[in-house]
Ligand binder design. Structure first.
Ligand SMILES: C[S@@+](CC[C@H](N)C(=O)[O-])C[C@H]1O[C@@H](n2cnc3c(N)ncnc32)[C@H](O)[C@@H]1O
Length: 225
């Protein structure tokens, strides 16, 4: 049985038995190997834009004798992926702008995709805003601490829901739950933004205003700061 990090293990919990999924940016392919070993009747395409990364995945897949069970495809996002029979897409370990680019570059290929499992660590408000604009709602969210880093996992499902600016910034479920890990994440974010705010040039009015709003709202939800 393959050993994977707590972050990947939590990600794996978002994939149902009987899924037909593609892992975009699979890199080493560890998540996909773990899923095949632990889920029932699952079909996987492991894909990456980088040839070396995909070769690493291929070698690992071979090591676990799963060559006939995982299809590997070299692809920039969804460009070379036929999504006709795919129901789930996983994109993890990338920035939100790359992730949004991958989805928006192939909007037509999302027609049959009921579930997006996404783990990004920056600009989550941008990610939530852009993904909920293309016919997905936030179904589940989770924070995972792994090797001292707090990761956010978001499951989007096909459908519509309106969110407030605050919900898009913090995540509707994370905000509601207000867990100790959420407070820790907010504290870190506040510290970062307070250091960054004075460095934003005065004429970057929109950016300055947005950051000021974030600082204000972070302070309002932090129990101690
Ligand atoms: C940090 S690794 C994350 C690997 C794995 N998903 C994880 O979460 O552990 C990011 C991977 O995404 C790949 N990647 C980046 N942009 C991509 C794109 N546009 N299409 C496909 N893969 C991409 C990189 O080559 C790299 O292997």
């Amino acid at each position: 049985m393959i050993k994977i990090s707590p972050r990947l293990k939590h990600l794996s919990e978002y994939i149902d038995d009987n899924s037909n999924m593609v892992d975009i940016g699979c890199d080493h392919g560890l998540l996909d190997i773990y899923l095949l070993q632990n889920k029932k009747n699952i079909k996987i395409i492991a894909s990456d834009v980088n040839k070396n990364a995909l070769n690493n995945a291929k070698n690992n897949i071979k090591k676990y004798k799963l060559e006939d069970k995982i299809t590997t495809i070299l692809s920039n996002g969804l460009d070379n992926i036929d999504t006709t029979n795919i129901d789930t897409i996983v994109i993890a370990g990338m920035g939100s702008h790359t992730i949004v680019g991958i989805l928006y570059n192939n909007l037509k290929k999302l027609k049959n995709i009921n579930k997006l499992v996404i783990q990004s660590n920056n600009d989550l408000d941008f990610l939530r805003y852009k993904v909920t604009k293309i016919g997905y709602y936030i179904a589940r969210e989770e924070l995972v601490k792994d090797a001292g880093i707090i990761y956010t996992i978001i499951e989007f499902k096909k459908g519509h829901h309106l969110y407030t600016k605050k919900q898009l910034y913090f995540g509707p479920y994370l905000l509601k739950e207000n867990s100790p890990l959420f407070q820790e994440k907010c504290k870190l974010e506040l510290k970062k933004l307070e250091q960054f705010y004075p460095l934003i040039p005065k004429n970057h009015y929109h950016h300055k205003l947005k950051t000021y709003w974030k600082i204000k709202v972070l302070k309002s939800i932090l129990t101690k700061y």
